[in-house]
Design a protein around this ligand. Structure first.
Ligand SMILES: Nc1ncnc2c1ncn2[C@@H]1O[C@H](COP(=O)(O)OP(=O)(O)OP(=O)(O)O)[C@@H](O)[C@H]1O
Length: 323
């Protein structure tokens, strides 16, 4: 298996000839066959050998990525879809040394925005064929006695508890397919009227060895800066740094949901007086009842949860720096 070197050790590896396996999610928000085909042709023109597999159901992308990595005949496994597809592929590749590529064909495409991966099919192909590697540290949701998981479930961009997770858990998927991000806006407004805002009990281990406790309406454990699209929520987060930035939205209730949403859209969320952002190495969250935890836009576990950094980063292919 040829393992591509990390940047900056080799910031401009020789282009092309990469052996690429694309895993495409036909249910992802903006997956259009034409755009996928253009990317595929672009890769072949650039000298890559390309295989394509389509998922039939949630979970397939993880199994397909693991299979491709174990077979030992690919350099890059590409997630063609949104953040949920990337999450699944990253889970399958973790610890394998095979690089992760992205063709952004989802609804929000938060990781692509974070890493500067273009949406244009030709440019996305160029990145996969000639890009450099960047360390992508993953968060890991650990099983608890109450909520056993099949195995460690990793996440790429963020994990959220409280109102945030309630919205993701209850969003109307048919509406999401039709209207994209608007489905989340609609669901947020609707749920804010009926949700009773139980507080999340959050224990945060900081890099300097302290444990901070907070009871908050919503907690979002961020691995990257962006949230929900091109909105910066945690300015100090860095996918290549093995700590989290935990956003604590302290005030419960409809009025505060509206305030937080507006502040997020205006890039002012971190400046609100009832918002705190804390750097963390580990986060434990408990909430009354079996409330959900969302990670990268899908419900992945139920409370209580224990969140740590996964031991090994994945190698993400990102655009080569301009010469
Ligand atoms: N063939 C399939 N049929 C139905 N769902 C699938 C299939 N393959 C994967 N999935 C699920 O589709 C969900 C949504 O995919 P994904 O997140 O990639 O797209 P998105 O939600 O439109 O994009 P984003 O997360 O960027 O907003 C994921 O949870 C994934 O598990």
């Amino acid at each position: 298996m040829r393992v591509l070197p990390f940047a900056p050790a080799n910031p401009a590896p020789a282009p092309a000839q990469r052996r690429v396996m694309i895993i495409a999610n036909p249910a992802a928000g903006s997956l259009k066959q034409r755009r996928l085909n253009r990317t595929l042709l672009g890769l072949e023109k650039l000298g890559c050998t390309v295989g394509l597999r389509e998922t039939a159901k949630p979970g397939d992308a993880t199994l397909m990525a693991r299979e491709a990595a174990l077979a030992g005949n690919v350099d890059v496994v590409v997630a063609a879809g949104g953040d949920g597809t990337i999450n699944e592929v990253a889970n399958g590749l973790a610890g394998s040394g095979v690089a992760l590529g992205v063709i952004p064909l989802g609804t929000a495409n938060v990781l692509a925005i974070e890493a500067g991966i273009p949406r244009d099919p030709g440019k996305a192909a160029q990145v996969i064929a000639t890009g450099v590697l960047r360390k992508l540290y993953l968060g890991e949701v650990r099983a608890s006695a109450e909520t056993p998981l099949a195995g460690p479930r990793r996440f790429v961009m963020m994990a959220g508890a409280g109102f945030d997770a309630h919205v993701v858990d209850t969003v109307d998927l048919a509406l999401k397919r039709k209207t994209g991000k608007l489905a989340y806006v609609w669901c947020t407004v609707q749920r804010a009227f009926s949700y009773d805002f139980p507080l999340c009990a959050v224990d945060i281990d900081t890099p300097d060895g302290r444990t901070i406790h907070a009871d908050v309406a919503t907690a979002v454990v961020c691995n990257g800066k962006y949230y929900g699209g091109p909105f910066i929520a945690a300015p100090l987060a860095d996918i290549s740094h093995p700590t989290f930035q935990v956003i604590l939205l302290k005030s419960p209730g409809l009025r505060h949901v509206a305030r937080y949403a507006l502040a997020l859209a205006m890039g002012r969320l971190p400046r609100l007086p009832d918002v705190e952002i804390i750097e963390a190495t580990r986060v434990r969250i408990a909430l009354q009842g079996a409330q959900p935890l969302q990670a990268d836009g899908d419900t992945v576990a139920h409370m209580p949860v224990d969140i740590v950094m996964a031991a090994e980063p994945v190698s993400l292919i990102v655009p080569a720096p301009a010469a």
